[in-house]
Design a protein around this ligand. Structure first.
Ligand SMILES: [Fe+2]
Ligand SMILES: [Fe+2]
Length: 337
């Protein structure tokens, strides 16, 4: 489906919409227009925040940890820039093409502002660990439009939103805490393209293609959790418990599933791969944290029990403990309008 960059698609307006499709088209178009209305100047915003709070200052250990985590974000923004440019090129229907094009502009700004922020912090962004690189290159490299949307709009965006929310809530560094809401607003809008476009692509797939997509999704999630594991020491240094990130991520994913179900009532509720993923998280980040000092055998047993629903996973446990839902930005995803 991708990369047929032959002629200009003169038939791009020859689409006949049902009411529901027409509403989806309007929502995708509004991603572009809302993006234009809420555009922000990255140079002004960063300079104003540095004027207000002074240059970011942290102790060596925290500074290195923050720079490690946000260099993953910075390279992720570069990948998002490239991926959204691929989407803007190959998508034909005008409303979705407009949405992807506005994302390209946003991701370019996210990339240079994060670069400038890390420079002000005084750290050179290190290269990516192998698992974060895998998440990004899988999404960059796939030729399937459905996999690209699932990887970019519904997975990478969710991971970024999760990290932004937790770091903002913990007020690790004041310039960053005030900068992140600008990113969150944009990223939440980008999720909208995936929600509006992906299910109709899946609806046209064969069973084998759907299984292939589910395997891709699981691989992507698995790699994301492995990358979280490799970032664990840095996260702990700035006071972020990785399980709290998993809980926020799961919750955002379930919000996305609800939005998908609103658009496409047949969207599956709690698909089996989600439970498998919860078990994998329990294996890597056991209840009780590293202090629980569980044997590998006990960890595997706990993971299997989570998969079989004989014990709660990280989502159920953390959801009861935390009341930060009101600060979720995804529910404000600018897919309305
Ligand atoms: Fe971004
Ligand atoms: Fe984004």
């Amino acid at each position: 489906m991708l990369w047929s960059r032959s002629a200009l698609p003169y038939d791009m307006f020859d689409v006949h919409h049902t009411d529901r499709e027409a509403r989806r088209a309007r929502r995708m178009e509004s991603i572009y227009h809302v993006g234009q209305d809420r555009i922000w100047d990255g140079r002004d915003v960063l300079a104003t925040l540095i004027d207000r709070h002074g240059k970011p200052r942290l102790a060596d250990r925290e500074r290195r940890a923050l720079s490690r985590i946000f260099s993953v974000i910075m390279w992720g923004e570069l990948a998002a820039w490239k991926i959204s440019a691929q989407l803007a090129d190959v998508i034909v229907p005008l409303p979705a093409k407009l949405a992807a094009s506005s994302q390209v502009h946003d991701e370019a700004r996210h990339f240079y502002v994060m670069h400038d922020y890390l420079e002000a912090l005084g750290e050179k962004p290190p290269e990516l660990d192998k698992w974060s690189r895998r998440v990004l290159t899988m999404t960059l490299g796939t030729k399937s439009l459905a996999k690209k949307l699932l990887g970019m709009q519904l997975t990478i965006e969710t991971i970024a939103l999760t990290i932004f929310q937790r770091v903002r809530e913990l007020q690790v560094e004041p310039v960053l805490s005030e900068l992140l809401p600008y990113y969150e607003r944009d990223e939440a809008r980008h999720v909208g393209l995936g929600i509006q476009m992906l299910p109709s692509l899946i609806a046209k797939m064969s069973f084998a293609e759907r299984v292939d997509l589910a395997i891709f999704h699981l691989d992507l999630y698995g790699s994301a959790v492995m990358s979280l594991k490799s970032l664990e020491p840095s996260l702990v240094s700035i006071g972020v418990d990785p399980r709290s990130l998993l809980a926020i991520g799961f919750r955002k994913q379930s919000d996305i599933d609800d939005m998908l179900r609103e658009e496409f009532p047949s969207w599956p509720q709690d698909p089996p791969e989600q439970r498998l993923f919860a078990g994998f998280c329990e294996l890597l980040f056991p209840t009780g944290g590293p202090d629980a000092k569980l044997s590998s055998r006990a960890r595997v047993r706990a993971a299997l029990e989570v998969i079989r629903r004989r014990r709660p996973g990280v989502l159920e446990i953390e959801a009861d403990k935390r009341a930060s839902r009101r600060t979720d930005n995804l529910s404000r995803a600018a897919v309305d309008g």
